[in-house]
Design a protein around this ligand. Sequence first.
Ligand code: E4P
Ligand code: PEP
Ligand code: MN
Length: 447
Amino acid sequence: MTKNEPVRDSWRAKPAAQQPSWPDSEALTSVLTDLSTAVPLVFAGECDQLRTRMAAVARGEAFLLQGGDCAESFTAVSADNIRNTLKTILQMAVVLTYAGSVPVVKVGRIGGQYSKPRSQGTETRDGVTLPVYRGDSVNGPDFTAASRTPDPKRLRRMYNASAATLNLVRAFTAGGYAALDQVHAWNQDFVALSASGERYERLAREIDRALAFMKACGAHPDALDDVEFYASHEALILDYEAALTRVDSRGGDLYDTSAHMLWIGERTRQLEGAHVAFASTVRNPIAVKLGPGVAADEVLALIDKLDPDREPGRLSFITRMGADKARDALPPLVEKVTASGAQVAWICDPMHGNTFKTPSGYKTRSLDAMMDEVGGFFETHRSLGTHPGGIHVELTGSDVTECVGGGDEVHVDQLPLRYETVCDPRLNRRQSLDLAFLVAEMYRGEQ
Ligand SMILES: O=C[C@H](O)[C@H](O)COP(=O)(O)O
Ligand SMILES: C=C(OP(=O)(O)O)C(=O)O
Ligand SMILES: [Mn+2]
């Protein structure tokens, strides 16, 4: 028995919110047995490396950019989609790196983001009530009884889809696709072609000059050809996460090898719940979402449970307060955590507190509200002398129409044109770049 066997299953004694009711427990056991011997998707050493990167974020020496789909779906796993998402995140990262003059830690909501917590257990349409869609790992989005019935075989499909996605991400990021020159050229195209491009022209020109200067100095461009890119998702379906948890051969610690970083959602962060208990057993960097209802004492208790050794990089808080609440809700939390001596990374998710439904029933978010929340996040950290450590956003590299606003404005009446998300509305490619340039201006104190 390894030193970790006693703690490994400790979470099973706690209540787990938001778990599917699998109708066939034998089928579930069979899939989990199979997954428990599957090849790990990430190496524990990479998780350690990300922890050191996140420690730099916590110390104020780096910025986190975390983004990707609200919910990945099996049918959307394609080279085009993966490449476009990656390309968008890399483009955003170049702008933020230059503006902040600090390294940007790049983490995708990718290669495992298949499970969704929901506000309601069921959905009713035209008098018919069915289980709610909980992500492709559990059931299908189509509104039929067959599609909405949880099917454990989907957990194996999630693993396969994650493996294929991460394989291509690794190929792109190590194979020269992500070269800085290339990414900057894409940004120049965006500035030239976007309606709001003029506003960003100055920043793009400055980056151009900085690159020319580096080259003139003989800075080795090869070093700029590869990027570090990490994978993350919400650790929601604990049976899946536990099946992919392995004892690290190097030191005997437990790592959840389904992703480098895992987060606990707003709906599953109960102090005595199974999600917090599970996360406390693994060494991966962990993040917890915090909504406007959280009390400062709960946040301190989360630190005690998840980061008892007060190790910078281990724990991040992703605040998602809503634009109208951020300026009131955030300061007391940041003050108390700082006073406690814990060094966590503070990340802003400007999306989940700003969702609304249009009269015709589309779930959407406006770029203005997002920027307002990011503004409140920066103001709070600047006034308290703490570090605004990063942003966490739902985005896609495709030209969808799911969020409203942006330089090439998407209007409410255009939402039906390309509303393709299976869960929450994502920023499209241009809106994501708008956001990056606007955050860059904020970082430089220009707004
Ligand atoms: O990211 C996901 C959503 O915010 C979450 O699943 C809740 O969505 P719902 O209110 O539509 O259930
Ligand atoms: C469900 C999500 O967020 P939250 O837990 O903050 O509501 C999410 O990130 O998709
Ligand atoms: Mn979401």
